[in-house]
Design a protein around this ligand. Structure first.
Ligand code: RIB
Ligand code: CA
Length: 332
């Protein structure tokens, strides 16, 4: 059983990851810790509560996290990708089950929740971060021993050779807090990066998503909230390469990070010392030292951590595991 704390900025693909983690029989989703990113912290936190209610969660708590990056001036929100409400403009202001743990925001903020939960269960918790890395970095600043108590850290972010989605070199989660990403990759967790190199290779096409529509309340919502998100991806694909847009599709970025936890052998990794560029035209870029120094410039010298970055995956196996989990497992 994988005990997961999911740090998230829901977000349509975050909603896919939350449903995947809740419904998969090998996962116990302990908590959602929320962060700004796709939309503001008020909306990501509200969305986290609402999704847990909709998906039938009975044990998962919500701890609210950072509203802004560690250092840099906040960028704009990706509501043009995920909708004004962050959920494809399908947010339902549904009443929450008063007795449910997600109905009340936890008294600890996200960083302290992560620290406390790993103190109570050292070595047992997998931390999956699928938004800007601000909460994870804040937790590390408050408690530098955190990496010794985490079973593993799985990060949706960055890109090694695949073009970025914010610039030719930058992926959104690292771009939205490059200082946080750079700080957490300076220490040994162990950390695995699930970046665009793999998440752009496991797309969900409309027939895949339509197959979820008849899978209860969870599948129906994932179908409905994907409409706005798929439209963004399809319009962007048409700008680049019309053949790619022949069948409307979208990325399942954050759900792929959940897959990397439960089916690690479906992913091929490389390793090296990682930096994330924090300023200039390459801000947000993941820069792996794959050869090992020494170099005349010492910017990687204190990077003893071995970061693993996924560079390929068994896409059909990952996609089918996600779809089967949503279709064949229900909490509601
Ligand atoms: O670049 C994709 C990532 O940024 C995903 O986690 C998406 O939800 C946004 O947070
Ligand atoms: Ca996300």
């Amino acid at each position: 059983m994988y005990k997961i704390i999911l740090d998230t900025d829901p977000g349509v693909d975050d909603a896919m990851a939350i449903a995947f983690a809740l419904l998969h029989p090998d996962i116990e989703l302990l908590a959602l810790t929320t962060v700004f990113g796709n939309v503001n912290i008020d909306l990501t936190t509200r969305n986290a509560q609402s999704l847990l209610e909709l998906f039938g969660a009975t044990q998962t708590v919500v701890a609210r996290g950072a509203a802004v990056p560690l250092e840099q001036t906040p960028n704009g929100f990706a509501d043009f990708v995920h909708g004004q409400d962050g959920l494809g403009n399908c947010y339902d202001d549904r009443p929450l089950t008063a007795s449910a743990p997600h109905a009340e925001i936890h008294t600890l903020d996200a960083a302290d929740f992560i620290i406390e939960a790993t103190r109570q269960a050292p070595g047992e918790i997998t931390l999956v971060a699928v938004g800007p890395m601000t909460n994870v970095a804040e937790a590390l600043r408050r408690d530098p021993t955190l990496p010794t108590r985490v079973q593993q850290l799985v990060i949706m972010g960055g890109t090694v050779t695949e073009p970025g989605n914010v610039s030719p070199v930058a992926e959104a989660n690292f771009y939205n807090d490059p200082h946080a990403a750079d700080e957490i990759l300076a220490v040994n967790w162990p950390a695995t990066i699930v970046g665009l190199d793999v998440t752009h290779r496991v797309m969900l096409q409309d027939p895949h998503l339509k197959s979820l529509a008849s899978a209860g309340a969870t599948g129906d919502f994932l179908w409905r909230c994907s409409r706005f998100y798929v439209d963004f991806y399809t319009r962007r694909a048409r700008q680049h390469n019309a053949s790619e847009a022949s069948i409307p599709a979208c990325a399942m970025h954050d759900a792929a990070a959940i897959a990397a936890v439960i089916m690690p052998d479906a992913f091929e990794r490389i390793n090296g010392a990682a930096r994330v560029i924090t300023e200039g035209v390459a801000v947000g870029m993941l820069a792996l030292d794959r050869k090992g120094g020494p170099y005349p410039l010492d910017y990687w010298d204190n990077r003893t951590a071995e970061t693993y970055a996924c560079v390929s995956l068994a896409a059909e196996q990952v996609r089918q595991t996600f779809l089967d989990t949503i279709i064949n497992h229900k909490l509601t």
